[in-house]
Design a protein around this ligand. Structure first.
Ligand code: ZN
Length: 499
């Protein structure tokens, strides 16, 4: 008998301070969610956990059931109705009978009436099939809950940021589950958390204490004492009672795994706690950062200087139209700048109507109010020539999301003389050079590149950068956690309170 495996992807990083809504259509990189057999065609051979699950299932000659694959850019909580549309097909597939479930989840998804969407998904599957083995892969930016650990069989999360080990993580979680199905091992998990938030600008292994913690996790896995060790530095922009740094470790109960899992988990968390000050972010004033970038560029380093507008990153729920950093770049007269992307469908329409080569005067960006952090949108008055109009589509060639087709919507390039600004209709975080090259801009040939991103830009742009300068603008992905009015967070918590 061929085994029957249910493979599903439901992913959303919910920024509960975000002004951006999350309708059903937003799941699926612009194409909407995928249901049924079309999932395999869309995801096979992509660098994702789901693709790894598909490969593992094929290696077992399993019948593959793919009820849903749905992934949205980060934004505010989705509605109960949207969530049910995504989760019920998984329930139906499990109900029809299967031998195992492989889930590609995020770990920071919030529904308008549920703070722990992943916990609910796994609990509901477990209610239908109490003994079914369930593997879960998680994003690095997870707020782990006891409910998710209680109902899953195996959990593994990304160890990289930018997340270039998505497929590897799926392979790890999935292969542990397959070994359990073979009766070779008996997975057991230990998890824990600490009362602290880690600023996302300090999450990357090369920036803060995460490097040491991830190295500890890798060493524990390589040494064979545990099967999977995962450090989860939290997603501090989701205001929930379980938002905090955490860790989860899988080991083999038959080989003394229970104690080993607990010990490795506690060691990672204790190290994080001791190093907690290293996760706090301190940003210099914007004008100072832009001036520093300007000086670095004027020294002709032979490669672009990156200016990272990290407070308004759509990859974490930002509106992607806050203009504070762009305004400062123009005010300080940086020359030879390419900027991507500013989301402003109205400006795109104006440029399309004017046509390539025409002069236009725009009130660019600043269309989104951010009431959760007390900010109003402020457009930037700007003049330039329409340099290019595109369909906003490209296939990723860089190391993150390799092979995935990106859909930024109708896109136009405004050339002000000093700056070329890529203006898109849909949100997109620039982690691949395609955001520029698809519009005829060679990013390597620019003196400066301004990117609305926090860390993921490093996947594509890190290798071509001479220098990187973080620029603290404004928005709902501000690294200064004191701008957020938390209501549900469990207090006291570092760094907001004395703990
Ligand atoms: Zn992430």
């Amino acid at each position: 008998m061929r085994p029957r495996y249910v493979l599903a992807l439901v992913k959303h990083e919910t920024n509960t301070f975000s002004p951006i809504a999350t309708p059903l259509a937003s799941f699926g990189h612009g194409e909407g969610p995928a249901f049924g057999p079309e999932v395999v065609g869309r995801y096979r051979n992509t660098a994702t956990p789901l693709a790894a699950y598909i490969d593992l299932a094929l290696s077992r000659n399993a019948e593959i059931v793919t009820p849903v694959a749905a992934e949205s850019w980060p934004s505010n909580a989705c509605s109960r109705a949207t969530f049910e549309t995504l989760v019920r097909p998984i329930e139906d597939a499990v109900h029809a009978g299967c031998d195992a479930v492989f889930l590609d989840l995020h770990g920071a998804m919030v529904v308008d009436d549920c703070d722990d969407a992943e916990g609910e998904i796994v609990r509901r599957i477990r209610a239908i099939a109490p003994r079914i083995p369930i593997a879960v892969s998680l994003d690095y930016h997870t707020n782990l809950s006891g409910e998710l650990v209680d109902h899953a069989t195996v959990i593994a999360g990304y160890k990289t940021y930018p997340h270039v080990d998505m497929a590897e993580t799926g392979r790890l979680a999935g292969s542990i589950l397959l070994r359990a199905l073979d009766g070779e091992i008996e997975p057991v998990m230990a998890w824990g958390s600490r009362p602290m938030l880690a600023s996302i600008m300090r999450h990357a292994p090369e920036d803060g204490p995460s490097g040491e913690i991830v190295a500890m996790a890798r060493a524990a896995e390589a040494g064979g004492r545990v099967l999977a060790a995962t450090w989860l530095p939290s997603f501090p922009h989701a205001d929930t009672p379980h938002t905090a740094v955490s860790a989860v470790v899988v080991a083999d109960a038959r080989r003394g795994g229970r104690g080993a899992a607990r010990e490795v988990c506690d060691r990672m968390l204790d190290l994080a706690w001791r190093r907690r000050a290293g996760f706090d972010h301190h940003a210099p004033p914007l004008a100072e950062s832009v001036a520093r970038a300007r000086t670095l560029g004027l020294a002709n380093p032979g490669a672009p200087v990156l200016l990272i507008d990290h407070c308004d990153n759509c990859g974490s729920g930002g509106a992607q139209d806050a203009m504070k950093v762009v305004a400062e770049i123009l005010a300080q007269e940086l020359d030879g700048v390419a900027i991507a992307p500013i989301r402003d469908p109205v400006a795109v329409e104006t440029m399309v109507a004017a046509g390539v080569g025409q002069r236009v005067r725009l009130a660019l960006g600043g269309r989104t109010d951010m009431p959760a952090i007390g900010l109003s949108g402020r457009p930037l008055g700007i003049e330039g020539t329409v340099a290019r109009i595109t369909d906003g589509e490209f296939t990723v060639t860089g190391p993150m999301y390799t092979g995935i087709r990106m859909t930024m919507g109708r896109t136009a390039v405004l050339d002000t003389g000093r700056a070329k600004i890529v203006v898109t209709s849909r949100p997109h975080e620039p982690f691949d050079l395609g955001v520029f090259t698809h519009a005829g801009i060679d990013p390597r040939a620019q003196r400066y590149l301004m990117l609305k991103s926090r860390i993921h830009y490093r996947a594509g742009f890190g290798p071509i950068a001479a220098h990187i300068v973080e620029c603290a603008g404004e928005g709902v992905t501000n690294a200064d956690l004191s701008v957020y009015r938390y209501r549900k967070l469990t207090r006291p918590i570092h760094p907001l309170d004395a703990v």
